[in-house]
Design a binder for this molecule. Structure first.
Ligand SMILES: [Fe+2]
Ligand SMILES: [Fe+2]
Length: 397
């Protein structure tokens, strides 16, 4: 192995939050936190610019355990740590080093930025601390817990992202010179869910994602093999529409894409197989469903496949798959997005109906209209309608 290669591989280490810091350090350190689920090329570019402009002694990357503003991560801490290692191993932080800190992960609870700053302030008391964030987070900065304390002990180093402000600065804030595109991990996940690839992640990271089957990267090929062509086309179009609606109403579009892509995973299986997949489940009115409309169980069976075959642990995704056919009262936002996308995806007859631009204020109306149309459809075909669906319809009239 060449010495240059050995050097680059040494550049990234994982550092335990328990190790003592370096109180004699007199330079700058950069802290870069985030979900990194997955890390993408723009993370690398931002870090590269920050290192060039600040010339730190050390860079600490802090994958979050769970951000105060987000749900659980798709990839585990170890998987995200490995992907970060791959993504940043070509970076050279001047005379210093890059380390991935397990500080947030070890705490096993929501960690606020002020706690991160306190931790590193104690360990590197002689250093100037730069906390690196994107301008999308900077807009909300005053809502952060103890933001004045953060400003007192650290400099906010802000990477301007196109479309996310970043003009108004206050004392204690420093902007990187360049403006970056608005790439997000959510967008990358959505791309991988729908196409098994993304040009926005380093090659090595993409290879790791594929090898470890992350972000449903194998879902499309499995679905192609296990459902008819028409059904796959329907699921795929529903996933794209769900992602679009999800983004329009401000929710995680990758979550919406995943739920809609898998919503009919069991639909083309023989009815006996669908019923057997749901055998261990306690489903209200199960006997009546089996007697009157057994295919309605395909949504529960699809949720079983999503969980067992694709390792989905996200309760919201599983519920949205589970309830798309036998809708019930108490439906949450994602359940409604999948229900709407299933009905209006452009390949269906109902997809010809123009739903216009969806936003937060017209979303519930659209859901109520969709529910009404679906019930009319069931009636026209003389189908049994689940009592919960009727109850929900009456509530939304
Ligand atoms: Fe379905
Ligand atoms: Fe469907």
């Amino acid at each position: 192995m060449s010495s240059a290669k050995r050097k680059s591989e040494r550049a990234v280490t994982t550092i335990s939050s328990d190790v003592s810091g370096d109180r004699n350090c007199r330079g700058a350190i950069i802290l870069y936190g985030g979900s990194f689920d997955p890390p993408h090329l723009q993370h690398v570019s931002i870090l590269k610019d920050a290192v060039r402009e600040i010339k730190p002694e050390k860079v600490f990357i802090l994958p979050s355990w769970k951000s105060p503003f987000k749900r659980a991560h798709w990839a585990s801490f170890d998987q995200r740590r490995k992907m970060i290692e791959i993504a940043v191993k070509s970076l050279k932080p001047g005379k210093g080093e890059i380390a991935i800190s397990d500080f947030e992960f070890k705490r096993k609870r929501t960690t606020y930025t002020c706690e991160v700053i306190r931790h590193f302030r104690r360990k590197y008391s002689g250093c100037a601390i730069y906390f690196l964030i994107g301008s999308d987070c900077y807009g909300d900065f005053r809502k952060w817990k103890n933001y004045r304390e953060i400003m007192k002990h650290a400099v906010l180093l802000v990477a301007r992202r196109r479309g996310f402000g970043g003009k108004n600065s206050e004392a204690g804030t420093l902007f990187l010179r360049r403006t970056f595109r608005g790439t997000s991990s959510t967008e990358v996940r959505k791309e991988i869910i729908l196409s098994s690839t993304s040009s926005k992640v380093p090659h090595g990271v993409l290879a790791y994602i594929r090898k470890n089957n992350l972000y449903l990267c194998s879902a499309c090929s499995w679905l192609r093999k296990n459902m008819s062509r028409a059904r796959f086309a329907h699921s795929f179009k529903a996933a794209k529409l769900a992602a679009k609606i999800g983004a329009e109403i401000g929710m995680d579009s990758s979550q919406a894409a995943a739920a809609a892509l898998l919503h009919d995973a069991a639909r083309d299986l023989p009815v006996r197989r669908i019923v057997s997949l749901t055998a261990p489940l306690r489903i209200p009115l199960k006997k009546e469903i089996i007697r009157r409309e057994p295919l309605l169980l395909h949504s529960y069976a699809s949720a079983v496949i999503a969980e067992k075959r694709f390792g989905i642990r996200d309760r919201e995704i599983l519920d949205a798959i589970r309830y798309h056919s036998a809708v019930s009262t108490g439906m949450r936002l994602l359940d409604k997005v999948v229900f709407i996308a299933d009905f209006y995806e452009p390949g269906r007859k109902t997809g010809k109906i123009k739903i216009g631009r969806v936003n937060k204020s017209n979303f519930n109306n659209l859901f109520a209209r969709t529910l009404k149309r679906k019930i009319e459809y069931f009636k026209r075909r003389g189908m049994w309608i689940h009592p919960e669906t009727v109850k929900l319809w009456k509530e939304n009239m």
